[in-house]
Design a binder for this molecule. Structure first.
Ligand code: NAD
Length: 514
């Protein structure tokens, strides 16, 4: 099975280190010279290393994809979909291995990894419907003997650059649909947890994907820049933090590529006085602290409408947080695992210090968490701040850790003004029993994905995912119908077959239906 082949033991030193390689032209490959450590976040130990591709390695991957393109493009859509359907079956059969790799390198608890992988599988399933989605548009008899149709053609070689927080799912937002549409692909996963994406790509090869159709290069900025400047890459899908998303969008667009770049977030949940408080508390617990807060759809701000609502919410959250079990992702019935790296842990702790220094009330202090058996792991307990103000750094920035901020406001209008003023626009939700408030909120709020009594309104695979404002650079979101449009370009053909013997004079005026 792929897991044993893609993690190559260095052998010579006899040490247990392993090296995560690239996958080019259907084969594992070296290349790049530099490496980065990959940690086990639960112990803090270096588990293995990952190769960091240089420009030549990226070039080799793009060449493989470029050479594989003509035959893959010419493969009938149904045959491409069948390969993906076979891959879906393999992925389902090997879910446990993928989840184990996600938990081992990202740190999230196994149940959470299972949710991630299941969502990825649903994206593959949607990609198998591509023949239906690629059928195009046809208009008969738009003029005398004239028909017009639009067809959706593949772009060529596409690239995907993905973040650490969903190492299995986010790549599956991209390449299955890109391939289903007839493109070939070069994926660059996060160098912090690269193994799951590589394992999954090898499953696709096993399912019959021709070599070169899907390539994986591991790496950092050097590899990303090589992808952005290679003229053979037609389109780039990026998911990650907003500063890098903006960079990738600007650089890739300047190189004439089609780019979609999904960025960071600060997602608010509005809690109305009439909300079912017990249900709201349970929902916010998962949305704020699942994946240790390392989700672009995590709720990081609860906006309580009224002081009574805030008091009830905080009482409920405190009680639930006291019951939370934090520990290794593989641990029995743990609710929350560690952060991904020590740098991420330090960054989150620094935000907590800043919140305290700027006057927010730290109601639950996760810094006090002690796990004697995992002293060197990247653990932090869940944190709750009350009386957070919009000018505080903990409110303005995406913290990406288990920190929930409560902001108190006096009306729904104030809550919505607060949310609209924030530069991010990924997700939001409202907890209420009042249909009128919910409907008004959904219609007017300046955010791309909205939940009504749903804390994580992550669209299902047959809708598309995308935020507004500084959470998405580009015009089309990820997966779903937007992905079909992103990975194809429309060609419109107008065809005339004059009736036998028909004669027309020369026309110098613009053709129209006058
Ligand atoms: P990141 O921006 O640090 O890294 C994302 C990718 O960019 C990685 O593959 C990385 O190697 C590459 N990269 C990093 N620095 C680079 C540079 N200077 N130049 C070129 N490439 C570079 O993001 P991350 O920390 O891996 O992931 C967390 C972020 O991703 C959060 O901000 C989160 O909100 C966001 N995210 C967004 C979505 C979404 O759909 N909007 C989904 C998941 C994660």
């Amino acid at each position: 099975m792929p897991s044993t082949t893609l993690l190559k033991s260095k052998g010579a030193s006899g040490a247990a280190e392993q090296t995560v390689q690239h996958l080019i032209r259907g084969r594992r490959s070296g290349g790049g010279g530099r490496t980065a450590p990959v940690y086990d976040p639960a112990t803090g130990a270096i588990a293995r290393e990952v190769l960091l591709a240089d420009k030549d390695t990226v070039k080799a991957a793009v060449s493989a994809a470029q050479e594989a393109f003509p035959a893959w493009r010419a493969t009938a859509p149904l045959k491409r979909a069948r390969v993906l359907a076979g891959f879906q079956r393999l992925l389902e059969a090997h879910q446990d291995e993928v989840c184990a790799l996600v938990t081992a390198e990202q740190g999230k608890v196994l149940a959470d990894s299972r949710g991630e992988v299941q969502r990825g599988i649903e994206n593959v399933e949607f990609a198998t419907y591509a023949p239906q989605l690629l059928k195009g548009e046809h208009s008969c008899h738009v003029g005398p003997g004239i028909d017009t149709w639009s067809e959706f053609q593949p772009l060529g070689v596409c690239a995907g650059i993905t973040p650490f927080n969903f190492p299995a799912m986010v790549p599956l937002w991209m390449w299955p649909m890109a391939l289903a549409c007839g493109n070939t692909f070069v994926l660059k996963p996060s160098e912090r947890d690269p193994s799951a994406a590589l394992y999954v790509a090898e499953l696709a090869l096993q399912a019959g994907l021709p070599p070169g159709v899907l390539n994986v290069v591991n790496g950092d900025k050097e590899a990303v820049d090589a992808l952005l400047t290679d003229p053979r890459i037609q389109a780039v899908s990026f998911v990650g933090s907003t500063p890098i998303a903006q960079y990738v969008y600007a650089r890739g667009s300047a190189e004439g590529k089609r780019v979609q770049a999904l960025g960071g977030a600060k997602n608010h949940a509005v809690v109305m006085p009439d909300a079912d408080m017990a249900g709201t508390v349970r929902a916010l617990m998962g949305a704020a602290f699942g994946t240790c807060g390392e989700r672009c759809m995590a709720i990081s701000v609860a906006v309580a409408v009224g002081d009574e609502t805030a008091a009830a919410l905080i009482d409920g959250l405190k009680a639930e947080m006291a019951r939370m079990k934090v520990g290794p992702g593989t641990g029995d019935r743990c609710d929350m695992g560690p952060l991904v790296t020590r740098a991420q842990l330090d960054k989150v702790r620094d935000y907590i210090d800043q919140g305290v220094a700027q006057g927010a009330s730290l109601v639950v202090d996760g810094r006090k968490l002690e796990l004697p058996a995992n002293r060197d792991g990247f653990f932090l307990g869940p944190c709750l701040f009350d009386h957070v103000k919009p000018d505080m750094q903990i409110y303005q920035d995406e913290i990406f850790g288990p920190v929930l901020c409560v902001v108190r406001v006096s009306s729904l209008g104030d809550a919505m003004a607060l949310i609209d003023a924030h530069p991010y626009g990924n997700g939001t939700c409202i907890f209420t029993r009042d249909g009128e408030s919910a409907r008004y909120f959904a219609a007017e709020i300046q955010i791309g994905m909205v939940g009504i009594n749903v804390p994580l309104p992550v669209p299902v695979a047959y809708h598309s995912f995308g935020g507004w404002k500084r959470s998405l650079f580009g015009d089309l979101g990820a997966y779903g119908p937007d992905a079909v449009r992103f990975y194809t370009r429309r060609k419109t053909i107008t065809e005339r077959w004059p009736a036998a013997g028909a004669r027309e004079g020369t026309a110098f005026s613009f053709p129209s239906h006058q």
